[in-house]
Design a protein around this ligand. Structure first.
Ligand code: DC
Length: 232
């Protein structure tokens, strides 16, 4: 895999946090913002998905927290972050293409509630963001990973709208799933992400909340660009 060049990497730049539930448009706007600013896009969900993938392939039940934790010292995770896609290397192998199946999606939500997994992934994420010039997207970026982020956004949208977006993505990727199932899965994961004791999905007190239910992507990005310009 070639090195991906990020125009502004190396200069001290902003850390921008984007949090919110699934299907709210975080990845789309984070990618666009990263492209416009020449920043790096950090998809932290991909890291949780990689751990879930490993748990699945090791044949471990996610309820067995001790067995999941025992995998971590034998795990190395690297991210080759580009402005558009982040490639995830697990113990040197690029597993990016295997991280968005419905099975890994469901398992990632369960595995991400395990405190040992969250602790283990903290320095991984912080190392990637150490130089700044980063758009980090996830659930606890503004509250836990980068509480000192320069700008924080928390995206929200109606569950019906989010499920419709997610269903469209799954169908486009060739997964034959019913809308009702997609909506049930999505709201189930949201409930788990919001109610877990460690780093639950909640807006940071200093995050700007944006409801994307009826806001076109371009409008969300322009709004964010204006916030960045005001800080630069
Ligand atoms: O954003 P995503 O759907 O790829 O995330 C997959 C799962 O990982 C999701 O259920 C919540 C979890 N996650 C998390 O707990 N904290 C993050 N910073 C990012 C993702």
């Amino acid at each position: 895999m070639g090195e991906i060049s990020i125009a502004n990497r190396g200069k001290r730049g902003l850390i921008i946090a984007i949090d919110g539930p699934a299907g709210v448009g975080k990845s789309t706007v984070a990618r666009l913002l990263a492209l416009r600013l020449g920043y790096l896009y950090l998809d932290t969900g991909a890291l949780y998905r990689a751990i879930a993938w490993k748990v699945h392939n090791a044949g471990i039940r996610p309820e067995d927290h001790l067995a999941v934790a025992a995998l971590l010292p034998h795990t190395s995770l690297q991210m080759a972050c580009g402005p558009e896609q982040s490639h995830v290397l697990l113990n040197g192998h690029d597993i990016t293409g295997q991280l968005r199946t419905p099975e890994v999606t469901a398992l990632a939500s369960v595995v991400s509630a395990i405190p040992a997994v969250r602790e283990w992934l903290l320095p991984v994420q912080r190392d990637i963001g150490a130089e700044g010039c980063i758009i980090a997207e996830g659930r606890d970026i503004g509250t836990r990973v980068f509480p000192e982020a320069d700008i924080k956004f928390f995206l929200e949208a109606d569950a019906e709208v989010r499920a419709t977006r997610r269903h469209r993505e799954l169908v486009a990727a060739g997964h034959a799933v019913h809308f009702d199932q997609t909506k049930r899965d999505l709201t189930g994961r949201d409930d788990r992400d919001r109610s877990r004791p460690v780093a639950p999905l909640i807006p940071a007190p200093d995050a700007e909340r944006i409801d994307t239910s009826s806001m076109p992507v371009e409008e969300v990005v322009s709004h964010m660009m204006a916030a960045v310009a005001a800080r630069s």
